[in-house]
Ligand binder design. Structure first.
Ligand code: ADP
Ligand code: ZN
Ligand code: ZN
Length: 814
């Protein structure tokens, strides 16, 4: 009998590849375990076993696997089923989902490069094979996995690399891969033979003149009374003795060290009782529970600061008691320490956080804890990718701020929407989903109205604080009357002055999009462009340089115009940095902080700034989008939006919806606890319907208008959209290809094809871009549409000149 496996390779391959295994391997291997295999031109990949069977593949000879990498499955059936749905729905390969789902430490690859660690010299501890690698690294600064295979002359090299890493000989260079090393903690215990009381007395007797050693033994017994394993460090502290003294007792054979693996994500500290819900919160909570009996998904529309989080907390509490798993999804950026702290406070040892800013090791740890249904991973708080964790007992998924665009992954594939994918995941687990927002997305609100989702509303702020008073400031008028100082109207200046007088804090919001400051030549009007993209470079005052926000290109600020040589270069537009500078002039005694992509890099970037703001070390905080999300500060009484027009005029069918959401969310940061807050929105167009709706808090009206437009112009939720993007370095070729594709699609989908069009940023990193959108009416089968689309794609890629063109499909691209 021959044995074969089908595996998922972490690459965009439509079919599952087959490998041959031995009978012994067949008894050991299971679905969901990883194997190292060779694919293509002797490249080695970490593949996932999908199926074990006896059918040889048709059309090629199955290769042997290199080795088995796991002892037990690291991926479960729920996940595989969910991945299949994602691959299918979002039109990508299972391999792409696999790649996105696993922490990259699980995906060792042949492109991985290793390097020698500087200070290693003890060659004696190396095996012969290890030495070969070590020696090769004396001549060559780095080696790829492939080269190591050649040096050693065999393919099962992963254990050798692992050992070399463990022995601190080498390190993995690529960021993609960090060796997973469980963190070990040193513990200590008394050796068995001393545990009888007679032996013990003898011991203490013998130490009567070694006072310090005696102290150690006595402290040990005091610690032992707590019945917990004793850390060496604890013992040291308790006995007030040095490590050397403890070691001398170990050397005498009285104590013994041992090591335990610990999680590096350890929340200690005390937890507290959850808050008692107010009457209105309790009603909402009861209603949610009730809807869950008949609806899988419920939308909770609760105004800002109504206490949605407290309701989530209550729901979570119930389920943790029952031993169930809960996933709490947040938009990436909102993973503020504020919420983590709040949940930690309630759930302490039950909570794990899964986040892209965490290290590889931390992520592997969370993965393993979820896989093994550990208590400390019963509640997972994370961004969209935590959807891929190996849950087996999931009972509730909370999608907080469900309207947030960052739940959608744009690049690379899988281009999934975490809210939608979580509803499917929940179905597989027979779990519920709670979507929460003060400003639900049009789609979710529509689904709730249609009865597809349960619907619960919470219209009172905690403490009955009123929603902020919103004032629209007409800056066209202000400019005309010369009542503007820089970008600030006299009215906004007055409001800030008042807030500062009362020692209250101010948040100023500056939408980033389109407001990046750029440089313009006063003489000829030219602005410096990115050499690789079709955009103007952004001016960064702080480093006095120009940067491209699309590809990262940077250059020093030039002294004269590259077109005409003039030295008269002006900076235009206004970014957060410029606002900060203007504020410093207007309010010289105020402390000003800035929160944007530049000031929040690194794991603790946000934390630092928000911590300062919380501690009132900052009076005025200027920031971008990030400020709108979930922040809860008691002392903020004023929120200013510097210019509302640009977001309203953004060319996208969602621009109005998004502007409404953004402005309401930012406004929601004002006056959350004590007294009613104020909001000033500066605009050239105070009669714009969206601004009117924001200022009167008319979500319903906004929704009605938007849904009418969606209906009229064939947009979601009435039509689904699939966007195709072509990219190529050759302008003419991509143009020709886009025309070909447009024609072929129009032949099938008729008037439901938009484009090909040239996007407003038509070249990025030297790739020219064309897009086509296919609209799918509700009555049409999505499956059939996708089939047609795949057929066209295959024909497209069979055309020789088009083969190299990048072809991306994005389902529900909004
Ligand atoms: P939302 O998530 O709806 O914006 P939060 O849950 O952040 O609102 O609540 C706003 C503020 O009110 C928080 O500071 C929170 O601690 C407080 N709060 C809400 N509900 C209660 C309650 N039942 N008891 C005590 N404080 C509450
Ligand atoms: Zn010029
Ligand atoms: Zn660029």
């Amino acid at each position: 009998m021959n044995y074969y496996i089908n595996v998922i390779l972490p690459i965009p391959l439509q079919k599952l590849f087959t490998y041959k295994i031995t009978e012994a391997e067949a008894t050991f291997l299971n679905k969901g375990m990883r194997v190292a295999v060779e694919f293509g031109k002797s490249k080695v990949y970490t593949a996932l076993v999908y199926k074990i069977h006896n059918e040889p593949p048709i059309g090629y000879e199955a290769k042997d696997i290199h080795q088995i990498l796991d002892e037990t499955p690291i991926v479960n059936e729920f996940q595989l089923k969910h991945w299949e749905w994602i691959a299918n729905y979002y039109m990508c390969s299972l391999g792409e989902v696999y790649r996105a789902a696993l922490p990259s430490a699980f995906l060792l690859e042949s492109e991985t490069v290793i390097q020698l660690l500087q200070n290693f010299s003890n060659e004696n501890i190396l095996s012969n094979e290890e030495f070969l690698v070590f020696e090769a690294l004396q001549h060559q600064s780095q080696l790829s996995i492939q080269q190591i295979i050649e040096i050693i002359g065999k393919k099962t090299i992963f254990p050798i690399i692992k050992d070399l890493i463990r022995k601190n000989v080498i390190t993995v260079k690529e960021q993609i891969y960090e060796q997973y090393k469980p963190k070990l903690i040193k513990y200590i215990h008394l050796k068995g033979e001393w545990s009888t009381s007679s032996k013990l007395n003898e011991l203490l007797e013998s130490l009567s003149r070694a006072k310090k050693q005696r102290d150690v033994v006595l402290s040990y017994f005091q610690l032992q009374a707590t019945k917990k394993p004793i850390k060496v460090l604890e013992l040291q502290k308790k006995s007030n003795c040095s490590a050397a003294i403890i070691k001398s007792l170990v050397d005498k054979g009285i104590f013994e060290y041992y090591f335990l693996q610990t999680d590096r994500i350890n929340f200690t500290g005390n937890t507290s009782e959850i808050k008692e819900l107010t009457k209105h919160q309790q009603i909402a909570y009861n209603e949610i529970k009730k809807t869950f009996k008949t609806k899988q998904t419920t939308l909770l529309k609760g105004i800002t600061s109504s206490g949605k989080t407290e309701i989530y907390v209550k729901l979570i509490k119930d389920l943790l008691k029952e031993g169930k798993q809960v996933l709490y999804l947040l938009p990436e950026i909102a993973l503020t320490t504020q919420l983590i702290e709040r949940l930690q406070y309630y759930f302490g040892e039950y909570l794990s956080v899964f986040h892209s800013k965490y290290s590889m090791n931390e992520r592997v740890e969370v993965w393993n804890n979820v896989l093994n249904s550990k208590q400390k991973a019963q509640l997972i708080l994370g961004a969209r990718s935590s959807l891929f964790l190996p849950f087996s007992n999931l009972k509730l998924i909370i999608v907080d701020e469900e309207h947030e665009p960052s739940f959608k992954q744009y690049d690379p594939a899988p281009r999934y929407h975490a809210r939608d994918a979580s509803i499917v995941l929940a179905k597989m687990h027979h779990a519920n989903v709670l979507l929460g927002s003060a400003t639900p997305s049009i789609e979710s609100y529509y689904n709730a109205k249609q009865g597809k989702y349960g619907f619960v509303e919470l219209n009172r702020r905690f403490g009955d604080v009123l929603l902020p008073e919103i004032e629209l400031v007409d800056i066209k008028e202000k400019y005309r009357k010369k009542r503007m100082k820089g970008h600030f109207s006299d009215r906004l200046i007055q409001m800030i002055t008042e807030a500062l007088e009362y020692k209250e804090q101010v948040i100023l919001f500056q939408n980033r999009r389109g407001y990046a400051p750029f440089v313009e030549c006063e003489t000829c009007g030219t602005s410096p462009q990115c050499p690789q993209c079709d955009v103007s470079l952004t001016f960064h005052n702080y480093k006095n340089e120009l940067r491209c926000h699309y590809c990262g290109y940077r250059q020093a600020m030039p002294h004269n115009c590259s077109a005409c040589g003039s030295e008269k270069l002006n900076t235009k537009g206004f970014g957060t940095e410029q606002i900060e500078m203007e504020l410093e002039e207007l309010f010289p005694t105020a402390k000003i902080g800035r929160m944007d992509l530049d000031t929040t890099r690194g794991k603790y970037g946000y934390q630092k700034i928000l911590g300062k703001f919380q501690a009132k070390e900052i009076d005025i905080l200027v920031g971008t989008q990030m400020l709108s999300k979930g922040l809860d500060f008691a002392n903020v009484s004023l929120v200013g939006i510097l210019n509302a027009d640009h977001m309203l005029n953004f060319p996208d069918f969602r621009a109005h919806e998004r502007s409404y959401q953004l402005m309401v969310q930012v406004s929601g940061r004002a006056g959350r606890v004590k007294k009613r807050g104020k909001v000033a929105i500066q605009t050239f167009n105070p009669f714009h319907q969206i601004l009117q709706q924001v200022s009167t808090n008319s979500f319903e009206e906004m929704y009605k208008e938007q849904i009418d437009e969606r209906w009229q112009y064939h947009y979601p939720p009435f039509f689904r959209l699939i966007k195709i993007t072509l990219r190529d370095k050759d302008y003419n070729r991509v143009d020709e290809a886009a025309n070909w594709l447009g024609k072929s699609l129009t032949a099938i989908f008729k008037e439901n094809v938009l484009g090909p069009s040239i996007p407003s940023i038509s070249r990025v990193r030297n790739y020219y871009i064309r897009t086509i959108i296919v609209k799918i009416p509700q009555k049409n089968s999505l499956t059939a549409t996708k089939k047609h689309l795949m057929r066209v794609k295959n024909t497209f890629q069979a055309i020789k000149e088009f083969r190299a063109i990048r072809f991306n499909i994005d389902v529900d691209n909004y």
